[in-house]
Design a protein around this ligand. Structure first.
Ligand code: NAP
Ligand code: ZN
Length: 368
């Protein structure tokens, strides 16, 4: 979900142009226009180039960013839009120069399908912060000037450098959300070295939030879920969280004031970030990964009282995404999912907006 403005579309025109041949028919579900229900659609994928792999998509997770983009919450999108950036499936073809993948292997694609590979951020494996504008898996323009289409489709063709290895030891459908919800929570927890001795609060228990709980617990932190939904308490504790606080309950909030080293904020809608800063210890960090369309308002006093920081984090680069996938395979971490048919996508969006998903919808592409 790396784009937060149309400027990245413009930057992508700085790329050296590549001419991909566009040839193969793909089936998909697309939003024909902003805020419109998704419906069946066909389009063309490029031919497999020398450095490309082609994946028959088996499962695709449904991220709240898909809803933000269909709704034009962040910037004017490109329509028809085929969302989906939590993609897993089997490789059906590889280009002549592909070294890392073979036909028949499992593979994944997350939020990025290209970047300049030359700037200092790309050099460091932080392709999500590519100085020349990385290319998002959908709702973007690639180096050839073509619109990118995401994973609510039967097939995708991707450069091997933006393709991930997927373990066959984990249930594949539950691996799909790791490609966005997983890396988006793993990366900041690693960056801020969250672990033993830390008290971590996870604000919002949805797709990202439940992965943050799993990683936080796995890294050794004491984890508290801060939620608007009292009915998620049992499930939160079952996920491994040590404590559960209902954010509408003043007494419960007062009991945790000044207690957290970190708050990982995964809330998708407008909310009062400043009101949560009082829950941080001195030097505490409030890490925003949720991306509501409206700006947060943070009074200076909410920060200066206790030397607090409000920070942000965007998905993760390719090396760290592979590291996260390998960590999950080693530690048997996957997403808790509700498997849906492709035709159920519009109901899934409605339920997600209400916070009613335990905890990630994943589309079974066999139903497309
Ligand atoms: P999600 O599954 O819908 O979860 C969001 C959670 O936020 C809900 O389950 C709910 O938790 C809480 N929430 C929803 N509406 C709320 C409101 N009005 N007030 C307070 N809390 C509310 O969404 P997601 O897929 O995890 O994505 C969450 C956000 O992260 C989205 O904005 C998405 O675009 C963004 N995102 C960012 C990145 C990145 O790289 N930074 C990557 C992916 C997604 P409770 O019921 O527990 O309160
Ligand atoms: Zn996402």
């Amino acid at each position: 979900m790396p784009q937060f403005g149309p400027q990245i579309h413009n930057k992508s025109t700085n790329f050296h142009k590549i001419n991909h041949k566009i040839m193969q028919q793909a089936k998909a579900y697309a939003a024909p226009s902003p805020k419109a229900p998704l419906a069946p659609w066909t389009f063309e994928r490029r031919e497999v180039g020398p450095h490309d792999v082609q994946i028959a998509i088996q499962y695709c997770g449904v991220c709240h960013s898909d809803i933000h983009q269909v709704d034009n919450d962040w910037f004017p999108g490109v329509f028809p839009m085929v969302p989906g950036h939590e993609i897993v499936g089997k490789i059906t073809a590889v280009g002549s120069h592909v070294k890392k993948f073979q036909v028949g292997q499992l593979a994944g694609v997350g939020c990025l399908v290209d970047s300049c590979k030359q700037c200092e951020n790309c050099d460091e494996g932080l392709e999500q912060f590519c100085l020349n504008g990385s290319v998002s898996t959908y709702n973007a323009i690639d180096k050839a000037g073509h619109i990118t289409y995401g994973g609510y489709s039967n097939t995708i063709v991707v450069n091997e450098d933006f393709t991930l290895h997927i373990s066959d030891k984990l249930p594949l459908a539950a691996v799909a959300p790791l490609l966005c919800a997983g890396i988006t929570t793993y990366s900041p927890l690693r960056h801020w070295k969250v672990g033993k001795g830390h008290k971590l609060a996870v604000l919002g228990l949805g797709g990202l939030g439940h992965m943050a709980v799993k990683f936080g617990v796995s890294f050794g932190a004491e984890v508290t879920v801060l939620s608007t939904s009292p009915n998620k308490k049992e499930a939160a504790l079952a996920l491994g969280a040590h404590h559960f606080v209902v954010t509408s309950d003043e007494a419960q909030l007062a009991a945790v004031r000044g207690s957290f080293d970190f708050i990982l904020d995964s809330v998708s809608a407008q909310h009062d970030v400043a009101s949560f800063l009082s829950l941080l210890k001195v030097n505490g960090v409030h890490i925003c990964v949720g991306a509501p369309s409206e700006p947060h308002i943070i009074p200076a006093f909410a920060l200066v009282m206790g030397r607090k920081s409000v920070a942000g984090s965007l998905i993760g680069g390719l090396p760290e995404t592979q590291e996260m996938l390998d960590y999950c395979a080693e530690h048997q971490i996957v997403s808790d999912i509700e498997l849906i048919k492709m035709s159920e996508i519009n109901t899934a969006y409605t339920r997600m907006i209400k916070g009613d998903v335990r905890y990630r919808f994943v589309i079974d592409m066999a139903t497309l």
